[in-house]
Design a protein around this ligand. Structure first.
Ligand code: NDP
Ligand code: MG
Length: 389
């Protein structure tokens, strides 16, 4: 390893072919003196992974689907890039001594094992994969505490809270407001949403994201997952977490302190900013991201979320309060139901109905072990598949 390379933060980009992964590579590309891509990992998209590896020449790549191993190896091995495949490799690659930081951007439950293993190997985590904290928040935060590992939020709302807390370490949070755009169906009734098609649900007004989180935004389950993510990241209880709809997505979230002061973080909606902050913390790096212009946004507006049209929020608050294995069951059911909706198996409103059913029928475990959570996840997936055909 050259002297020069030693000053650069070497990042394992888990989920490099996704929306967050490719934007992370944009940040790395723009700051070659600060960051390098040490490891790239993908699920299925071998072509994009190969292309990325040829550009960034990482030490190693992992393709989760072993079917693509030969193709990836044939393209990259001769370039001196190590190539691995399969779930075990995905989990183990984060242990590499030359990895300084793990950017966790695999979507869904699939991101849990690599993130937990990275924490156990004392790697700082830039966390996009909110499902990890929803499923196993207690285990993840306890492992992070034990191993003195920092979790730097990438999710824009949680990054906003984190940025508002800078310099406030001695001041307890009274309350946070997580802002929500309201998604494509803001202001619509439940009846309207019964017949919406996936093309409509996939059109987010402010953010361009992967398919799963875009549907989660349309059902507002994304905000439901985020209240649970916030509980664990900032040690909050139910009363301290409020959701407020802010359709312009300029204020990314707000912290209220005990003297009634409120701090908000704002800026144009662009995930590259929270990604870069999570990687560069505590420094801020100069960027050429477009700047906010007040004249283009003469009014920033706020609304109460409509929980009768969006029951996902009520369900998520219930899971947050009861805890145990319920958030894990809700997450598993939601992942399968979103997939079923995207494959035209169920209607849009059935996504949350199915999740409600799974949460109300799964045997409740108040203090689940990791194995209990794995079993809850599997059982919830099986039951949801039965319900969704
Ligand atoms: P995408 O669907 O765009 O990308 C998901 C990534 O995960 C892809 O690289 C995909 O690989 C990989 N992947 C999927 N399944 C597996 C698996 N079984 N094993 C290994 N890799 C896998 O998702 P996003 O980038 O939108 O989201 C990623 C995470 O970040 C999610 O948890 C989301 O909630 C969170 N997040 C995203 C935001 C956004 O703006 N997109 C904002 C805030 C949070 P491949 O495509 O090669 O199959
Ligand atoms: Mg978010």
């Amino acid at each position: 390893m050259s002297e020069e390379k030693n000053n650069v933060k070497r990042i394992a980009v888990m989920g490099s072919t996704g929306s967050i992964g490719t934007q992370t590579l944009d940040v790395i590309r723009a700051n070659p003196d600060v960051f390098s891509a040490e490891v790239l990992c993908a699920g299925n998209n071998a072509d994009v992974l190969i292309q990325q590896a040829l550009e960034f020449t990482p030490n190693a790549v992992v393709i989760a689907n072993e079917k693509h191993y030969k193709k990836v190896k044939d393209e990259l091995f001769s370039k001196g890039i190590k190539v691995y495949a399969g779930e075990d490799s995905l989990k183990q690659i984060v242990e590499m001594e030359t990895v300084d930081c793990v950017l966790a951007a695999i979507v869904g439950y699939a991101g849990l094992s690599s993130t937990l293993n990275a924490i156990e190997h004392k790697k700082p985590i830039a966390l996009a994969n909110k499902e990890t904290l929803v499923v196993a928040g207690e285990i993840i935060t306890e492992a992070a505490r034990k191993n003195s590992v920092n979790l730097y939020p990438v999710d824009s709302e949680h990054s906003a809270i984190f940025q508002c807390l800078a310099g406030e370490w001695e001041n307890p949070i009274e309350k946070i407001y997580l802002t929500a755009s309201g998604g494509p169906f803001r202001g619509k009734s439940r009846e309207f949403m019964q017949t919406v098609k996936k093309e409509q649900a996939l059109k987010h007004p402010n953010w361009s994201m992967g398919a799963k989180i875009t549907i989660d935004s349309a059902t507002m389950m994304n905000k439901g997952l985020e209240i649970i993510e916030a509980k664990w990241l900032f040690h909050l209880n139910r009363e301290q977490i409020e959701v407020i709809v802010h359709p312009q997505s300029i204020i990314h979230s707000i912290v209220q302190f005990r003297d009634a002061s409120m701090k908000a973080q704002m800026g144009l909606p662009d995930m590259k900013l929270p990604i870069q902050y999570a990687l560069s913390y505590p420094q801020r790096i100069r960027s050429d991201f477009p700047r906010f212009d007040f004249i283009n946004y003469p009014s920033l507006t706020f609304e109460k979320p409509d929980t009768s049209a969006f029951p996902s929020l009520t369900l998520a608050y219930h899971c947050l309060e009861k805890g145990g294995n319920l958030p894990c069951a809700m997450n598993a059911a939601n992942e399968i139901a979103v997939n079923a909706f995207l494959n035209d198996k169920i209607s849009f409103t059935q996504i949350v109905e199915v999740a409600e059913k799974i949460v109300s029928t799964i045997p409740f475990l108040p203090k689940p072990s990791l194995n209990d959570l794995i079993e809850t996840d599997t059982a919830s997936r099986v039951k949801t598949k039965e319900l969704t055909g």
